[in-house]
Write a protein that binds this ligand. Structure first.
Ligand SMILES: CC(C)(COP(=O)(O)OP(=O)(O)OC[C@H]1O[C@@H](n2cnc3c(N)ncnc32)[C@H](O)[C@@H]1OP(=O)(O)O)[C@@H](O)C(=O)NCCC(=O)NCCS
Length: 170
């Protein structure tokens, strides 16, 4: 079971059926998807991904991030196996209207704490396209450090970031 997690401004709750329209709209938005995978998804790809993450059982998977004060849907965060490997990656996407307010950093920090403190993970990793400067900032502010390059999801030379248990989560 995935718990609901809270921060000062945010609520992170497990993805539900009712999030489908918002999530599909995000994965078909070229701005949101500019540096994710192969860009904006088709309707069918988006529906399949949304269903796949909805069905993820157990302590890992996708959380929906809402604003605590307004209940507004802001975006999503994931904690899951990196491209089928043993490594556990953190990832995120926010609606364009929600960018630039520190939400991604706040949600990522909370998810790292959950991973290290509640799940006992030793390491949490992330990959990001070299051009995705905003994402690198988020990862570094949340306490991950760059460790060279890694290939994943059929993409070569992604920036590879690692956070280790016990190291300060910023
Ligand atoms: C990446 C993303 C999650 C950032 O969300 P956010 O809530 O705006 O992030 P934050 O506000 O916590 O932090 C962003 C930081 O990047 C900086 N930033 C934003 N755009 C930038 C750019 N083009 N170049 C450099 N830095 C940039 C911001 O100034 C901020 O840093 P600061 O706090 O030092 O000012 C958001 O842009 C997004 O959803 N992008 C599309 C999905 C995506 O790319 N996900 C990551 C895949 S690896």
């Amino acid at each position: 079971m995935k718990p609901t997690l809270e921060t000062e401004r945010l609520i992170l709750r497990p993805q539900a059926e009712s999030d489908t329209v918002e999530l599909m709209a995000m994965s078909m938005d070229p701005q949101v998807m500019e540096f994710i995978g192969y860009g904006a998804m088709t309707l069918q790809e988006s529906e399949e991904l949304t269903q796949e993450t909805l069905e993820m059982e157990g302590p890992l998977g996708r959380w929906i991030v809402t604003e605590r004060d307004t209940g507004q849907f802001l975006g999503w965060v994931v904690l899951t196996h990196l491209d089928g490997s043993e490594d556990i990656e953190v990832g995120y996407g926010f609606k364009v209207l929600a960018w630039g307010r520190g939400f991604a950093t706040e949600a990522t920090r909370r998810l790292l704490r959950y991973g290290f403190e509640d799940l006992g993970l030793k390491e949490i990793v992330a990959v990001s396209r070299p051009e995705n400067a905003a994402s690198h900032k988020v990862l570094e502010k949340a306490g991950l450090r760059r460790r060279g390059l890694r290939d994943a999801f059929g993409l070569r030379g992604l920036y590879y970031f690692v956070a280790r248990a016990g190291a300060p989560v910023a």
